[in-house]
Design a protein around this ligand. Sequence first.
Ligand code: B12
Length: 214
Amino acid sequence: MDLAGLGREFESALLQINRVKAAELFERCYVNDNSFPLLERLAIDTLERIGEGWENGTVSLSQVYMSGVICEELIEQYLPKLLVKRKIVPRMAIGVLQDHHGLGKRIVCSVLRAGGFELIDYGQGLTVEELVHRSLEDKLEVLLISTLMLPSALKVKAVKEALAEAGAETKVIVGGAPFRLDGELWKRVGADAFGDSAASVVRIIEEKTKGGAM
Ligand code: B12
């Protein structure tokens, strides 16, 4: 399959807000190997290019917004639905720090749930204080933080420090565009790990928690 060509067609369908065409292309990508990671790649790479188009003035904010909405609808339909056995350890939650880019968080959340993991969804637009308070209240072992904007990503440091001050040993795993663009950023903000996609999350959690036992 010519993934680059499919990506260009998908981008054009999104920019024209053509849901039918976008769905048809998504399905074409899916039937090729029945894998979620490939669909995830198609959505992320395309939205990234659209984001760049917005940055250099060739794409409007409404097109960016509608592209995000359409991708969200499509991904929702294709998320892996095969639940095996629920894993209740580690105690885990996910939230978007400061900003309101919720799609990545939603995907990570759904992929983990589809993989049998229990996790709490704290939602988006959270302050450092809210995130820390809820993590302590829920006695989390793993806190997943998604951020799409650099100022929000830098706030992870404050979350980590506040958790340490409170004596919590919660592992903080981060993801989102700023961490993908700067491969060392997660270390600078004191996170315990970084994942570049939803597909990578299960492996990281298993590594960080030795398969659940902390
Ligand atoms: C769609 C989009 C929007 C939509 C959001 C719709 C929604 N419901 O989420 C709308 C139009 C609303 C929007 C608004 C804004 N946006 Co915007 N947006 C984007 C865009 C184009 C795509 C983001 C996206 O949805 N990607 C697809 C998802 C699936 O990918 P993802 O989030 O990266 O998640 C994947 C991985 O990163 C990973 N992952 C994500 N989280 C986590 C967490 C963990 C723990 C792990 C392990 C993995 C993981 O797994 C996910 C699945 O694979 C990006 C461009 C980009 N390069 O990302 C800009 C971008 C993020 N936006 C940006 C900006 C500036 C804004 C606005 C401030 C614009 C404005 N002036 O109003 C507002 C702010 C809104 C707010 N307060 O939060 C900038 C941020 C720049 C910066 N350096 O900080 C970007 C980078 C665009 C740009 N190049 O300028 N945006």
